[in-house]
Design a protein around this ligand. Structure first.
Ligand code: NAD
Length: 496
């Protein structure tokens, strides 16, 4: 493992992996409950150094041609590919997710994101030049914003690093990323691969530490021109008010509570498989996870029995074992939170059809869980659990299904299961979410946008649409009017 040397520290500032001078944080292995490593953290001074390194790198990085930036990103993707196995191993070790997830989803997805933005960098689109006011021509310049301060969560550390970093730097910005203090490893590796691939020092920097101290120092730094954040809605709102102190731009990817609507004409076997994969992916710690299944009452029993059967057959075990379907949750505190929410649901009358208990082994494991009998306005239906917990509720009419699907503060993702094209089109139009899958749930592609409605945030990750967050659009108007006094100026002063 010469690629990654944790002993060097966890910050990546101006092209170097350095030891943080702030307090260290012990990190417990989610898979075993034993101490994994001591994570060093940045001081305010080191946050300042990282932001200044990004600010220094900005003028030359932002004025490279798109083709030159694209070449750098292609080299970056190749470097990441060389270290794919190691990235997957570190991702599983720090999160407790199954090695199949890291190897088949997180690492290839992140590398694909780098490759996508290598292409997208050469395709920053704007309006064609047009003559809108007589003897003038208008054109659009899309310009990089400057230093982006970015903050990411622990559930998909590598993919979130990619989603935050790639559109920002492809558009010509430079970045300082603060990953979750729980999962620093692959973000540091990501920055290191970029340097090894020849990206200029300072384009990507990583600082580590807790949110209130290091995160807010980054958001409030005077040279940071925009904050892009992925995490909980509660913290996102704090970020928004901190950024508002200086009128800075924010891009927020926040929590979710995705509905999963099964109409009576759906392929129930496909819907059951979709529900199990969609609710247990990443141990349910996925912002787009299927969390609320609304199922037509005529197929409710058939659907829930099959989901329970499939959940009960899942292997919840050592994440490094390729036969494991689902690894651990991220921490003991999070496991306790998930277990307590299920318990409160049961205490309020919900019934457990599958799981509803911890997996008895060292580490922080919880069985895939299916609940029925909860009320629409109960905590388990309204609040994010962020664990492998699906609640199923019956409905009787299409209108009711759509109304229930929209009845939470969130709006990140949703799915509808039907063979009827009218229903499919209606659900996709009427469900208030940034993504609506039809007869699918969870699948994402770098080419398409990801982002929320309502309390799930604002702005888009991935795809060409993410450039709207990371660029300023400038109107340039050029006059080719031969007259010294232009006709429109008569409104202001007449030529005499
Ligand atoms: P979190 O909000 O607790 O933390 C996210 C990040 O914010 C971490 O790096 C943390 O250190 C930092 N932070 C915390 N307090 C801060 C503060 N006061 N100032 C600055 N930074 C601060 O979220 P989490 O528990 O790490 O992740 C889970 C959440 O992320 C869930 O709500 C999930 O839905 C959401 N999420 C959303 C998306 C999306 O694309 N919409 C993707 C992944 C995760």
């Amino acid at each position: 493992m010469d690629f990654y040397q944790p002993s060097l520290g966890h910050q990546f500032i101006n092209g170097y992996q350095v030891q943080g001078q702030g307090p260290t944080l012990p990190r417990i292995s989610p898979a075993t409950g034993e101490e994994l490593l001591e994570v060093d953290t940045a001081t305010d001074e080191q946050v300042d150094q990282a932001v200044k390194a990004a600010a220094t790198a900005f003028p030359s990085w932002s004025t490279l041609t798109p083709g030159e930036r694209s070449d750098h990103l292609l080299a970056f993707a190749r470097e990441l590919q060389l270290h794919a196995d190691e990235l997957a191993a570190v991702e599983t070790s720090q999160t407790g997710k199954s090695i199949r997830m890291s190897t088949e989803f997180d690492v290839p997805g992140s590398i694909d994101n780098v490759n996508f933005f290598a292409g997208a960098a050469r395709n920053l689109q704007g309006l064609a030049a047009g003559d809108y006011a007589g003897n003038t021509t208008s054109m659009i310049r899309r310009e990089a914003i400057g230093v982006i301060g970015s903050i990411s969560p622990w559930n998909y550390p590598l993919q979130m690093a990619a989603w935050k970093i790639l559109p920002a730097i492809a558009a010509g910005n430079t970045i300082v990323l603060k990953p979750s203090e729980l999962t620093p490893g692959t973000s540091v590796l990501f920055a290191k691969a970029a340097i090894d691939a020849g990206l200029p020092a300072g384009v990507i920097n990583v600082v580590l530490g807790d949110g209130p101290r290091v995160g807010s120092a980054l958001v409030r730094h005077p040279l940071v021109k925009m904050t892009s954040f992925t995490g909980s809605t509660a913290v996102g709102l704090k970020i928004m008010s901190m950024a508002a102190e200086r009128g800075n731009r924010v891009h927020l990817e926040l929590g979710g509570k995705a509905p999963f609507v099964v109409f009576d004409d759906a392929d129930i076997e496909a819907a059951a498989h979709g529900a199990v994969a969609g609710s247990t992916i990443n141990s349910g710690q996925d912002c787009t996870a299927a969390t609320r299944a609304y199922v037509h009452s005529s197929v409710f029993k058939k659907f829930t029995s099959r989901v329970a059967e499939l959940m009960d057959a899942m292997v919840v075990s050592d994440p490094t074992d390729p036969d494991t379907d689902m690894g651990s949750l991220i921490s003991e505190a999070h496991l306790d939170k998930v277990a307590a929410m299920v318990q409160r649901a049961e205490d309020s009358g919900a019934k457990v059809l599958a799981g509803g208990r911890r997996e008895e082994r060292p580490g922080f494991y919880y069985r895939p869980t299916l609940l029925v009998g909860a009320k629409q306005d109960s905590e388990i239906v309204q609040q994010e659990v962020f664990g492998p917990v699906l609640v199923a509720l019956p409905f009787d009419s299409d209108d009711e299904a759509i109304e229930l699907a929209n009845d939470t503060p969130y709006g990140l993702a949703a799915s509808a299961w039907t063979k009827n094209v009218d229903r499919a089109m209606r659900a996709s139009a009427q469900i208030q979410a940034g993504c609506v899958w039809i007869n699918e749930h969870i699948l994402i592609v770098s080419d398409m946008p990801h982002g929320g409605y309502k309390a799930s945030g604002m702005g888009k990750d991935m795809s060409q649409y993410s450039f709207d967050e990371y660029t300023n659009v400038k109107h340039v108007m050029l006059s080719h009017d031969p007259a010294a006094h232009r006709d429109w100026q008569d409104t202001v002063f007449k030529q005499r």
